[in-house]
Design a protein around this ligand. Structure first.
Ligand code: UDX
Ligand code: UDX
Length: 462
C-alpha cells in the first residue's frame, strides 16, 4: 500500500523528532503529529523556534522547513487517525506505580487507550506502528483491542523501535545504524512491512533496514538498551575496584576498548546512567523473565540496576563523609542536572538521586544546569521524595556557576556539559571557600591542571 498520510500519536522526545525527519525525507507524504497535551502542540507550532518543546541540535531547522508544508502538529487526534493509512504510536510507557508488576512492568495504559481510540474512529484499513518501547508481545494486546472493537477493518501491526539517543537524535535518525521493522509473516503483514520499508528507503540504504517477526523486533529494542546499560554498570563496578587498588579506570577503559571485539563506546565511567529508557527497559526485561519463571535470567539483568543505584549512592556518600570528616561547609555546588549533556531532559537523571541522598543528610545544594529550568528541578525532587517544603529549604537554583559556588567547599559535576570543561577554573577557585574539592562524577575535567590550581580533585575510579 502506498502511504500518503501518516499520523503519529505522541509529540514527545521520540514522536516529534522522528516525524520531523520522516516529513523532511518524504515531502510527498503528509505527516500529522497529534498529542493530548495542548500546550505541547502549541509549542511545536510556535513561531519562535527556540520555544519548541524539545531541544535537539538540528531539530528546529528541519521543523522550520517542513512545518506547514507536509508536517503538521495538532490536538485533533480523531481527524488525523481517520485521514491516515499509517499510524505511529509514540506515547510514553512509564514503569507501573501500582497494580500487578508495580515497580517493574511497563504501564501500557496509554498504548491501550490509543488502540481503543483508533478502533473507535477508523473507517478504512490501517497500519499501526508501535514506536514506543514496549514489553515483548505488546503488539498482540494492541491487535486484540483493535480486532475485537472494530471487526470491519484490517489492522496490520508493525513494530519499529526507536534507537535514537537524546542530544544526537537528529543524526541517529538521519544516519541510523539500522532500522528494524517487525511484522506478521502473512501476505498482508509483508505488504505492511514493505510500506514502511518504502518510507525509510527515501534516505536509509536498504541493507540497513532489517525486517523481522514482531516479537524479535520488540525484544531487540529491550536487548539493545540492556546491553548498552550493562557496559556502563560493568565499567562503573570496576571504578570502585580501581579506587581500592590504585588502578585508573580511564586507563583500564581505554585499554579494554581498544580490543576491536569489545569496542570503545559506552565504557565511560559515570555517576550512573539515567534517561527514560535504560532503567525502564531493564525492569521490563526482568519482569518478563521473572513472570515466566526464569528467575536466574531475571537476577542476571537486575544486577545492572543494582550497580547503577550503588554507584549513585556511593558518590553521594563520598561527599557526605568528606563533609563530616573535614567539618566542611554544608553547602554543596551541583553542576549539571540533565541526565546527559546537550539535552534538557532530566528523566531518571543521576543528579536527582544524588541530590535526594544529600538533602536527606541535611546538606544544602546550590544547583546550576545550562538547560534545565528551576521548575523542572523542583518537579523532579518532589516526584522522588514528595517533600516540597524540605526541597525548597535545601535547594537553591542559580543561573551561572559563579553564584552557584558561593560559600561552598565542594563542587560535584553530575552532567558532562562541555562548558564545564571550558570554565576559568582559576577564577572559580578564588571565589570558593577553602579547602576546595571537585567531585568529578563524569571524569571530564583535567585532574593535573585542577590540582596545580589548588583544587583537591576526586574523580571516579582514579
Ligand atoms: C518515548 C517512547 O515512546 C517510550 O516508549 C520510550 O521508552 C521513551 O521514549 P517519549 O517520546 O520520550 O517516549 O515520551 P514523552 O516525551 O513523554 O512523549 C509522549 C507524548 O505522548 C506526550 O507528549 C503525551 O502528552 C502524549 N500522549 C500520551 C498522548 O498524546 N496520548 C496519550 O494517551 C498519552
Ligand atoms: C538510550 C539509547 O542509547 C537509545 O538507543 C535508546 O533509543 C534510548 O535510550 P539515551 O537515553 O538518550 O538513549 O542516552 P544515552 O546516550 O544512551 O545515555 C544514557 C545514559 O547513560 C546517560 O545518563 C549517559 O550519561 C550514560 N552513559 C552513557 C554513561 O554513563 N557512560 C557511557 O559510556 C555512555
Amino acid at each position: 500500500m502506498k502511504v500518503n498520510n501518516i499520523c503519529c500519536i505522541g509529540a514527545g522526545y521520540v514522536g516529534g523528532p522522528t516525524m520531523a525527519v520522516i516529513a523532511q525525507k518524504n515531502p510527498d507524504i503528509k505527516v500529522t503529529v497529534v498529542d493530548i497535551n495542548e500546550k505541547r502542540i502549541d509549542a511545536w507550532n510556535s513561531n519562535n523556534f527556540d520555544e519548541l518543546p524539545i531541544y535537539e541540535p538540528g531539530l528546529s531547522d528541519v521543523v522550520k522547513k517542513a512545518r506547514g508544508r507536509n508536517l503538521f502538529f495538532s490536538t485533533d487526534i480523531n481527524s488525523a487517525i481517520i485521514d491516515s493509512e499509517m499510524i505511529f504510536i509514540s506515547v510514553n510507557t512509564p514503569t507501573k506505580t501500582s497494580g500487578e508488576g508495580k515497580g517493574f512492568a511497563a504501564d501500557l495504559k496509554y498504548i491501550e487507550s490509543c488502540a481503543n481510540q483508533i478502533a473507535e474512529v477508523s473507517k478504512t484499513d490501517k497500519i499501526i506502528v508501535e514506536k514506543s518501547t514496549v514489553p515483548v508481545r505488546t503488539s498482540e494486546k494492541i491487535k486484540k483491542i483493535l480486532n475485537s472493537k472494530n471487526k470491519s477493518i484490517d489492522f496490520q501491526i508493525l513494530s519499529n523501535p526507536e534507537f535514537l539517543a537524546e542530544g544526537t537524535a537528529m543524526r541517529d535518525l538521519q544516519i541510523p545504524d539500522r532500522v528494524i521493522i517487525g511484522g506478521d509473516n502473512t501476505k498482508k503483514g509483508n505488504e505492511a512491512i514493505q510500506s514502511l520499508v518504502e518510507i525509510y528507503s527515501s534516505w536509509v540504504p536498504k541493507k540497513n533496514i532489517l525486517t523481522t517477526n514482531l516479537w524479535s523486533s520488540e525484544l531487540s529494542k529491550l536487548t539493545a538498551n540492556a546491553f548498552l546499560a550493562q557496559r556502563i554498570s560493568s565499567i562503573n563496578s570496576l571504578s570502585e575496584l580501581c579506587e581500592e587498588t590504585g588502578a585508573d579506570i580511564e586507563e583500564v577503559s581505554k585499554a579494554v576498548g581498544m580490543d576491536s571485539r569489545i569496542g570503545n563506546s559506552f565504557l565511560k565511567t559515570s555517576v550512573g546512567f539515567g534517561g527514560s529508557c535504560f532503567q525502564k527497559d531493564i525492569l521490563n526485561l526482568v519482569y518478563i523473565s521473572r513472570s515466566i519463571g526464569l528467575e536466574k535470567v531475571a537476577n542476571y539483568w537486575e544486577q545492572i540496576l543494582i550497580i547503577n543505584k550503588h554507584q549513585r549512592d556511593r558518590f553521594a556518600n563520598k561527599i557526605y563523609s568528606l563533609i563530616n570528616k573535614e567539618s566542611l561547609n554544608k553547602n554543596v555546588c551541583i553542576l549539571g542536572w540533565a541526565f546527559k549533556k546537550d539535552t534538557n531532559d532530566t528523566r531518571e537523571s543521576a543528579a536527582i538521586y544524588v541530590a535526594n541522598n544529600l538533602i536527606k543528610s541535611n546538606i544544602y545544594l546550590n544547583v546550576y544546569d545550562p538547560k534545565v529550568k528551576e521548575s523542572q528541578i523542583f518537579f523532579d525532587m518532589n516526584y522522588i521524595n514528595g517533600n516540597d517544603k524540605k526541597n525548597k529549604e535545601h535547594i537553591s537554583i542559580y543561573n551561572n556557576p559563579i553564584d552557584c559556588i558561593h560559600k561552598t567547599n565542594i563542587i560535584a559535576i553530575l552532567t558532562e556539559w562541555d562548558e564545564f570543561k571550558d570554565y576559568d577554573w582559576k577564577n572559580l577557585y578564588k571565589k570558593m571557600s577553602k579547602p576546595a574539592y571537585i567531585f568529578d562524577g563524569r571524569n571530564i575535567l583535567d585532574k593535573v591542571k585542577l590540582e596545580s590550581i589548588g583544587f583537591n580533585y576526586i574523580g571516579l575510579g582514579r
